[in-house]
Write a protein that binds this ligand. Structure first.
Ligand SMILES: [Zn+2]
Length: 286
């Protein structure tokens, strides 16, 4: 449990949602009890708060694009901000399933391969770039950076409509830079897997996998996935996913940045150029 507390020093609170006034409100009563218990232990709504504040700032200052910011857009972007932590959308309908699966992934992290689903790989295997982190201690910082930049390129191009949402992964080559496509292929189409996936499917997945016993779960059931999502929904989820990576890259537990401003990186006080990417598994579970 301690590990979970550390891991989520800078993460989401999936048990809360934003109403039209953008104030935090709890979900329905069914999830409130278990959610409140878990949330108080492990999760803080930093990603959501940062995202809402960013949108608010753009609107208040009438910065470019402020007119397209609507409550609906914010709502879907928040979903995207949660996606990196919950790519199977187990939350908020099944918060305990999320927790059981998360715990199981952490306890079996050394057995996870690229055949495992995105949830298992996001925090505990090779998709830790979704949190601006290295997959392991052995991974070179340059490789982590390339993976982070690949995700930034992919998610930005989906969000901005450059990549149509129904583009098959196998056809992604025509939309990504050669280097990004090489990395995209490595993580998402290894051994011919997921060739027919699309951004629409990736960002719409809605699954459940119940715990039956210690280490025993029902097969992954993704039958609730929305097969015909609105184009804007997918674009905004992709935007949220990009924001998640950027936000994580400013978390001290994920990334070590140079405290001295060098004139060409972030203007955020005490957080300039990136020195090292931390690894989630080592950081939290050893
Ligand atoms: Zn994260």
């Amino acid at each position: 449990m301690l590990g979970v507390v550390q891991a989520y020093a800078f993460d989401i609170n999936p048990f809360k949602k934003y109403d039209g006034s953008h104030e935090l409100v709890l979900n329905d009563e069914a999830t409130e009890k278990s959610a409140a218990m878990l949330a108080s232990l492990i999760i803080h709504p930093v990603h959501e708060e940062l995202t809402v504040r960013s949108f608010r700032l753009i609107k208040e200052r009438k910065m470019p694009g402020h007119k397209v910011i609507t409550d609906e857009m914010i709502d879907k972007t928040i979903r995207g901000v949660r996606w990196n932590d919950d790519p199977l959308n187990l939350l908020p309908d099944n918060p305990l399933v999320w927790f059981d699966n998360f715990k199981n992934a952490s306890e079996n992290s050394d057995r996870i391969t690229s055949h495992y689903d995105l949830f298992y790989r996001s925090h505990h295997h090779d998709l830790q770039f979704l949190h601006a982190m290295a997959s392991s201690d052995a991974e070179k910082a340059g490789d982590t950076q390339k993976a982070v930049m690949m995700w930034a390129e992919f998610s930005y191009k989906v969000a901005s409509q450059f990549i149509p949402i129904h583009t098959r992964f196998s056809a992604m080559q025509q939309f990504l830079s050669p280097e990004s496509f090489r990395i995209f292929k490595k993580y998402f189409m290894n051994e011919g897997l997921r060739k027919n996936w699309t951004p629409a499917y990736l960002f719409s997945l809605k699954c459940v996998r119940q715990k039956i016993d210690q280490n025993l779960f029902t097969p992954l059931d993704c039958s609730e996935t929305d097969w015909l999502p609105a184009k804007e929904t997918i674009q905004n989820i992709a935007l949220g996913s990009l924001l998640h990576v950027i936000q994580d890259s400013f978390s001290d537990s994920h990334v070590s940045r140079n405290p001295e401003y060098e004139g060409e990186y972030s203007l955020i006080h005490g957080r300039s150029a990136i020195n090292t990417f931390n690894a989630y598994t080592k950081q939290s579970w050893v």
